[in-house]
Design a protein around this ligand. Structure first.
Ligand code: PSU
Ligand code: MN
Length: 331
């Protein structure tokens, strides 16, 4: 390579995770909250949190209440929360309570931003809520390894024909961030989702389980390839994965607590109905998942929302414990 070509390569951000591509605009567009910046600087544990779950995943005001409880749960375990969003041309790493409230009230008026939509929303100064995929990107640019959410996107039912495969899976294939989730809702084809992740070299680790949980319920009938039973052993696995220079992320599948789990058959009927409505109304593209999430919430009433909130809180606690263990290993 000649010297002018190498001179034009952007320098990595000081804070970005190793191996993550960084462009020159990031230095001015990345806005890291002081508390998060300080924690990252001193090697203290930080947990990334997404915001599409706030704008498109739950109704107001429970979405805002949950987002704030999730941040508190992360703090209780000794880590610093960093909820992500895009606002006024900035990639925001860590939000104020007012910013979380704005997103929660905006709901579907906020743009759901995945990798594809990032530059568009940023360049127009709009309000963007980050999905699992774009939250992983922002986390990687800021230097955050661990991320907690409810459920990841995946291969939709019929995905082998529709090609409706969430960009979350491709992001897990290329961005070195671990996502602690309760598996995925059975709006998806969980078997195909696992196959896709296997092909792309993404470890899927059951936390105290041998089965991929199905969000509202602890079992899906699909075995997970890996299992760990403590935050410390999860951290060991992640430390080794990235220590080898592997560039993929990781799915940590944490089943909902038994006392909050819903009956699988009952929720499956609700999901089947929501899927049928989406098909009849010709919903497609990025609108599919938010439509299904909203319909499942409406059709199943308060019970599914209460379970949803509890599983997110549980994931936040496990993610924070894992981040604490990982930062001790990296010290
Ligand atoms: N599944 C949920 N709750 C959510 C989402 C998925 O149970 O809030 C959101 C997440 O932000 C996820 C996104 O990244 O939907 C996936 O959207 P799509 O399938 O369009 O990639
Ligand atoms: Mn899709």
């Amino acid at each position: 390579m000649n010297s002018s070509a190498s001179a034009s390569l952007p320098a990595a951000l000081p804070s970005a995770l190793p191996g993550v591509p960084c462009g020159p605009l990031l230095a001015e567009r990345l806005q890291i909250q002081p508390e998060v910046r300080e924690a990252l600087h001193s090697g203290r544990p930080v947990v990334a949190l997404e915001s599409t779950i706030i704008s498109h995943g739950m109704p107001y005001p429970q979405n805002v209440e949950t987002a704030l409880q999730v941040e508190a749960a992360v703090r209780d375990q000794g880590a610093v929360p960093a909820t992500m969003a895009i606002q006024e041309g900035r990639l925001c790493i860590g939000l104020s309570t007012a910013q979380i409230d704005t997103l929660g009230r905006a709901g579907h008026a906020a743009t759901k931003v995945s990798r594809r939509d990032l530059a568009s929303v940023l360049s127009q100064g709009g309000l963007g809520a980050t999905t699992v995929a774009s939250t992983m990107m922002l986390a990687a640019w800021a230097g955050i390894r661990i991320f907690a959410t409810g459920g990841i996107g995946g291969v939709h039912r019929g995905g082998e024909r529709s090609m409706d495969i969430s960009a979350d899976l491709q992001e897990l294939a290329r961005t070195p961030v671990a996502v602690v989730c309760a598996g995925a809702k059975s709006i998806l084809d969980l078997g195909l989702t696992l196959e896709y992740l296997e092909t792309h070299g993404v470890p899927v680790v059951g936390y105290q389980t041998d089965e991929l949980p199905a969000f509202f319920s602890r079992e899906s009938g699909h075995a997970v390839p890996l299992r760990r039973d403590s935050p410390g052993s999860l951290a060991q696995l992640l430390h080794t994965h990235w220590g080898l220079g592997l560039s993929s992320g990781c799915v940590v599948a944490h089943p909902i607590a038994p006392e909050h789990a819903l009956d699988a058959d009952q929720i499956d009927d609700t999901i089947a109905r929501a899927l049928d409505e989406a098909e009849r109304q010709g919903i497609h593209g990025k609108a599919v998942t938010p439509f299904l999430l909203a319909r499942v919430n409406e059709l199943s009433g308060g019970r599914s929302l209460a379970s949803n909130i509890q599983l997110v809180l549980g994931n936040a606690r496990l993610a924070a414990q894992t981040a604490v263990s990982l930062s001790a290993l990296s010290a």
